[in-house]
Design a protein around this ligand. Structure first.
Ligand code: ADP
Length: 571
């Protein structure tokens, strides 16, 4: 103690007293010590205190010559005048990285005083368990390169408190360009780091949530490129995250929809979400997949829209089911409408039918009752021949009514779909020949009917009753509506694998405007009133032709004659 510089004496003594009072085991102090040659050297004195019953009895210590450090420190004290007052902790090392100076803020942060750590490498007492070794290696690499740098690292205070610092390190060169010091300004960024960590954790949790959600979720950036794609989306559409990242989202939709969907995206970029929109996607196999999606704008921390997030739901099956249902409803409605329409026509026709039919019966009935009445009233005045004539009239009218009834029954049956086609093997020439003969001999004046047959084969499979109906109707009409002297021609031939029956007369003909309607029940041409008829024959004939999958066509000129052509597939 005698050799201490008198100016240090009191301070050092006080420091030692404090150590003894607090029963601390270690003491250290900086002071000037006088050498034998009378010069002073700066020393760092560190000692271990031994107590006996709380009384200090011995100190074992070692003194280190730090004159050079102190000289440097003095020099840099000027440099660090500003640093010593700043709130940031500052430390200065020599070119070898050994600490030569630190400010109060550094002591506040690290709890280390200069005398405790002077001459040591800061890393040796600041780093600890969680300090990242890669960062340490990076920092020492940069120090070796002697260039300025910034970095972040975990440090520990003397009492073991962990904190993050951001260090800005600059090399200081002297006039000769020699490296003299490193100045490191350090900021406690623990809070910021904590905040960053929290953010990172939240972001990670959110990413996990999105990734593992059971519904497809994907993100789109401001330019329409996919930047998020969760597992459910990958599973549903078959594209992995790698397949789609950086791809235009719109390309995964069916082309026809792309334009209208772009409008949905633009809306979302303006902050307007869209919910429950059904969109047809194309999966990796090119198959259609319907997704019900909701599009919402995605905000960054500053509340600016930086993209879009889409959440979808696979509704392909529901969509197909719904479409099926809609189609079914549509079909059923159409069928119902058709049935209703048919029913309406049928009802109309039936009432028309009943009124016309009753009218048609009235004429023969009144003829019959008139003839019968006059026979009853004038039985004794009338000659046998006159009575005979009236009886024949009655018979004629009765047979007309029978025909009428039969026709009506046939129409009724065909309307009700009760007529079935029954094919039998027929010799066509013989069959039609016999019908021609039957009609001819039934005609009043035994009219002339020319029969031409030019089919290659004679045998056909046909429904004889329907065929008979066709031939007899055509021939009787032709005879009925043509003059007595004129012959009627019936020709039967092959035509494109069908049988063609043509019946031609040179009679009164049919007005062009009435050609369609004569095939309707009870419809008669305006020039036919002088000729007896029911207007049912052609409509029955048309039904018969249709039942045999055939067709009928008529050509006619008024007062010149008519040709009816029936074509029937037979073989
Ligand atoms: P109907 O002969 O009992 O009057 P149809 O149904 O057989 O009834 O014929 C309908 C109408 O078609 C006839 O009333 C007639 O006006 C016209 N018609 C049919 N065949 C001929 C024909 N060969 N020549 C002129 N008119 C015809």
């Amino acid at each position: 103690m005698e050799r201490e510089n008198p100016s240090d004496y009191d301070r050092v003594n006080n420091e030692i007293d404090e150590v003894f009072a607090s029963k601390a085991a270690n003491w250290s102090s900086l002071f000037q010590y006088r050498c034998a040659d009378g010069t002073y050297k700066h020393v760092l004195d560190r000692a271990y205190v031994i107590y006996d019953n709380d009384k200090p009895v011995r100190m074992i210590g070692a003194m280190q010559d730090i004159t050079e450090n102190v000289r440097a420190s003095k020099e840099i004290e000027k440099l660090s005048l500003v640093a010593s007052h700043t709130q940031n902790s500052v430390l200065i090392t020599d070119p070898g990285g050994n600490l030569v100076w630190l400010n109060e803020a550094f002591t506040r942060l690290t709890e280390y005083a200069l005398q405790e750590v002077i001459g040591r490498k800061p890393g040796s007492f600041l780093q600890g368990e969680e300090t990242d070794s890669a960062t340490v290696a990076r920092i020492s690499g940069k120090l070796k390169k002697r260039e300025a740098f910034s970095d972040e690292i975990i440090n520990y205070s003397k009492s073991g408190k962990k904190y993050w610092i951001k260090m800005d390190v600059s090399p200081v060169f002297d006039a000769k360009g020699e490296l003299t010091y490193f100045i490191s300004v350090q900021n406690d960024v623990s809070q910021q780091k904590e905040f960053e960590n929290q953010l990172t954790n939240i972001a990670r949790e959110l990413t996990n949530l999105i990734q593992n959600a059971t519904v497809p979720i994907w993100g789109i950036d401001r330019n329409g490129y996919i930047n998020e794609w969760n597992k459910a989306a990958a599973q549903l559409l078959g594209y992995s995250k790698n397949d789609v990242l950086g791809q235009k989202w719109i390309n995964f939709l069916e082309p026809h929809i792309q334009k209208s969907v772009d409008e949905v995206l633009q809306k979302a970029y303006r902050g307007e979400p869209t919910s429950n929109r059904e969109l047809p996607f194309l999966n990796k196999e090119g198959k259609r997949q319907i997704l019900l999606i909701s599009v919402s704008p995605r905000m960054n921390v500053d509340q600016n829209i930086n993209g879009i997030i889409c959440v979808g739901q696979d509704v392909t099956e529901v969509f197909a089911y719904r479409q099926g249902l809609e189609k079914m409803v549509e079909d059923r409605t159409r069928e119902l409408n058709e049935a209703l329409q048919k029913e309406k026509v049928l009802v109309e026709m039936k009432s028309k039918f009943v009124s016309i039919a009753s009218h048609e019966f009235r004429t023969p009935l009144s003829t019959i009752s008139f003839a019968a009445e006059s026979i009853r009233n004038y039985f004794h005045q009338l000659s046998a021949a006159e009575i005979q004539r009236k009886l024949i009239k009655i018979e004629d009218q009765a047979s007309h009514m029978t025909n009428l009834l039969e026709d009506i029954l046939t129409i009724g049956k065909s309307e009700a779909g009760k007529i079935k086609v029954k094919r039998v093997s027929l010799d066509l020439e013989e069959f039609i020949g016999s019908l021609v003969e039957e009609v001819r001999s039934a005609s009043k004046d035994k009219r002339e009917v020319v029969f031409n047959f030019s089919c290659k084969g004679k045998m056909v499979n046909a429904d004889d009753k329907l065929l008979r109906n066709v031939v007899v109707n055509l021939l009787t009409n032709a005879l009925k509506f043509s003059p007595l002297a004129a012959p009627v021609i019936i020709s039967v031939s092959d035509h494109k694998g069908n049988i063609l029956i043509e019946v031609t007369d040179t009679g009164i003909g049919i007005d062009h405007d009435e050609l369609e309607s004569i095939f309707e029940p009870f419809q008669r041409a305006s020039n036919a009133s002088a000729v007896q008829g029911t207007g049912l024959g052609l409509s029955i004939l048309k039904k018969a032709v249709e039942l045999m999958n055939g067709s009928i066509h008529v050509e006619s000129i008024v007062n010149k004659g008519s040709t009816f052509r029936v074509e029937i597939p037979m073989r």
